[in-house]
Design a protein around this ligand. Structure first.
Ligand code: SF4
Length: 485
């Protein structure tokens, strides 16, 4: 995970399993492998003969399930789990998922969501005007409300109708009394995979690392616009829309997903390695003595840079993994204090060296400046920062918690301006083409199957409730200036 506390955070990890004795135990293990996707809260719903029961709480998974009786109290052969990081909604327990619904059909179901809806405000208003009340402030509750109030007699029809009303980035898993159902938005922004265990159980989860954790074999990715229905009759696939265009979030490869995960056939670790290799070609550093990584998410890119440039790699920075977390939105000084607590320097590796410092991204720039100063205070001759992704200058509306460009240093300064701000001797970024090349073309569509909107403002969908605000900000900050139309 990045050093900058709460700088770029993603909303949530999902794990569901069907046909497994006491399924909640394996769900716990699967969620453990997805903890990097959200540390704010966790929950599991178990399905025992059609009866849904839940335990959830705030904090890390181990904290929420810190007594054996919590998992013991969730028997049943199917379960659905969620780890949360909030991008929309407050930090209260009411926002912790899975959420549970019943509605006019008196048909209970649980729902877990990863992503962000771009028309949540409009839908929430419509539903509220219709007399609906919301328990939570996150947009995840909206799909549940739409389903539970849809008049169609069949649950899948209600779900399809509802999915066709929401917009944005979403991966959902639902648990009903007789099925586990997954759905992915028409662009497939967030990863969602299907796996099988030798004992016959079926798993659907956010990343393949969770399949590995529970000894399941990868079967395939869920497709954009697809609904996957798993029950005692087997697995069935349906579409809620054919109007799809794959554009997987490139940030999943750059930094969100675990390096041992594979998204749409591309290893996250190898993609990061290639980002570093291409970065070394695009942004060489003559006369450097050593390549170093900002731990931990930049290791592969730094090793890639070292391999391609021939400059040796060394560990100059060490991360303390055991820093206590805070769930309160940190102020800038708390953030800096957090970085100080997390990072230390191996002085003999740094002293007297011209350093290439590889990082995965620069968000606000305050952490980069702190690290540059730290390395110089430990005797570095020069610090040349190389970023294994393009300049981050646009907000994300599909599930990452940066909704305004104002927070991004790249929206305010040129590359040289950023260099001055972070006080490095030089600064170079990977190009958007380099990034796409490193990940590979996932599709022949206009996006090559990838969303790179964070970097080039090329949003694969309309922004609905956010469009007006974004257009104004883009104009004010001149975000598209000098860019290809
Ligand atoms: S805008 Fe950025 S973070 Fe958001 S989905 Fe696209 S690439 Fe991912």
């Amino acid at each position: 995970m990045p050093i900058e506390a709460k700088s770029l955070n993603e909303e949530c990890g999902l794990f569901g399993i069907w046909n497994q004795k006491h399924a909640a135990y394996l769900t716990y293990d699967g969620l453990h492998a997805l903890q990097h996707r959200g540390q704010e809260g966790a929950g599991i719903v178990a399905n025992q003969n059609g009866h849904l029961k839940r335990h959830k709480g705030l904090g890390l998974l181990t904290h929420v399930f810190n007594k054996p009786e919590y998992l013991e109290s969730l028997p049943g052969k199917a379960a659905l789990g969620h780890v949360r990081y909030s991008t929309a909604g407050s930090h209260g327990i009411e926002n912790i998922q899975p959420m549970m619904f019943t509605g006019i059909h008196a048909y209970p179901f649980a729902l877990a969501h990863n992503g962000n809806l771009t028309n949540a405000k409009t839908l929430r208003k419509q539903l509220t005007d219709d007399g609906q009340t919301f328990k939570a402030s996150s947009d995840s509750e909206i799909l549940g409300k739409l389903i539970e109030n849809n008049p169609k007699p069949n649950f899948i029809d209600r779900l399809k109708d509802s999915l066709n009303q929401i917009r944005g980035g979403f991966a959902f898993i639902l648990m009903t009394p007789d099925s586990m159902i997954a759905a992915l938005d028409p662009n497939g922004f967030r990863p969602l995979v299907i796996g099988k265990r030798d004992d016959g159980s079926t798993i659907i989860c956010s990343e393949t690392c969770a399949l590995d954790q529970v000894h399941a074999k990868y079967v395939r990715d869920v497709e954009p616009g697809e609904i996957v229905i798993v029950n005692d009759d087997g697995i069935k696939s349906e579409k809620f829309t054919d109007n799809t265009e794959l554009s997987v979030c490139s940030m999943e490869y750059i930094y969100f997903s675990r390096p041992d995960s594979v998204i749409r056939g591309v290893s996250v670790s190898r993609a990061r390695h290639r980002m570093g290799q291409i970065l070394a070609k695009e942004q060489p550093t003559p006369n450097a003595d050593v390549v170093m990584a900002v731990p931990n998410s930049s290791f592969e890119a730094a090793i890639g840079y070292s391999t391609a440039s021939g400059i040796p790699f060394d560990m100059g920075l060490v991360k303390n993994q055991y820093v206590a977390r805070t769930f309160i939105e940190p102020t800038q000084s708390e953030r800096e204090h957090g970085v100080r607590m997390k990072l230390s320097v191996v002085r003999p590796a740094v002293e007297g060296k011209n350093i290439v410092l590889v990082d995965d991204s620069i968000v606000r720039g305050t952490t980069s400046k702190y690290i540059v100063r730290l390395l110089k205070a430990n005797g570095a001759k020069s610090v040349n920062v190389r970023i294994a992704s393009p300049v981050l200058k646009f907000p994300c509306f599909y599930g990452i918690d940066i909704r305004t460009a104002d927070e991004l240093i790249g929206a305010h300064y040129s590359v040289d301006g950023i260099r001055k701000q972070i006080e490095s001797d030089s600064l170079g970024y990977l190009s958007v083409n380099g990034l796409t090349k490193a990940i590979g073309h996932l599709s022949n569509n206009q996006y090559n199957g990838l969303c790179t909107a964070y970097f080039d403002g090329n949003y694969p969908t309309k922004l609905y409730d956010y469009q007006k605000e974004f257009d104004e900000e883009a104009k004010d900050l001149g975000l598209y200036k000098g860019m290809k139309a």
